[in-house]
Design a protein around this ligand. Structure first.
Ligand code: AMP
Ligand code: ZN
Length: 139
């Protein structure tokens, strides 16, 4: 399914032109137009999924293969010191475009990109309880 008013549906399917780093039957990989760093790329499925919550297993499985391939090419191209591969789901997690996309962000020592959190503290019991609660909802 494509969504009529979705900019990433239009880009992924060539309705709006954008230079592709990589393209196959299921994905187009483009450069982010508001990059965190030079070479910041986005993996876009050609089908519309709002985010990971509505994505099927087959597409979810393929997306990281594409991301890894492009990450290796970006690494080779720019000789960066690291790469973040990340993906935001829902507004609370920083999602601003509601068509699933995976970010590939080249990182350089002392760059200004900010991907981080303050580590919390948990007991063994809390870890076990949390793992059990999540396990019950796997499908
Ligand atoms: P997120 O906040 O995870 O939803 O990321 C959305 C990303 O899409 C941001 O990094 C934007 O810079 C990028 N973006 C928005 N519109 C476009 C566009 N037309 N072409 C390329 N990147 C875009
Ligand atoms: Zn879409």
């Amino acid at each position: 399914m494509k969504k009529d008013d979705c900019i990433f549906c239009k880009i992924a399917n060539g309705v709006i032109p954008s230079p592709a780093i990589y393209e196959d039957e299921d994905f187009k990989v483009i450069l982010d137009r508001g990059p965190a760093a030079k070479g910041h790329a986005l993996v876009l499925p050609k089908e519309h999924f709002d985010n990971v919550f509505s994505m099927d297993d087959a597409t979810a499985g393929k997306v990281f293969v594409v991301a890894a391939k492009v990450a290796r090419a970006i690494n080779k191209t720019f000789g960066c010191d690291g790469i973040n591969i990340l993906q935001n789901n829902n507004e609370a997690a920083g999602q601003t475009v509601f068509h699933f996309h995976m970010h590939i962000i080249p990182r350089y020592k002392n760059d200004t990109v900010n991907v981080g959190w303050i580590p919390g503290e948990v007991t063994d019991e809390q870890v076990a309880e949390c793992a059990e609660a999540i396990r019950k909802n796997l499908n």
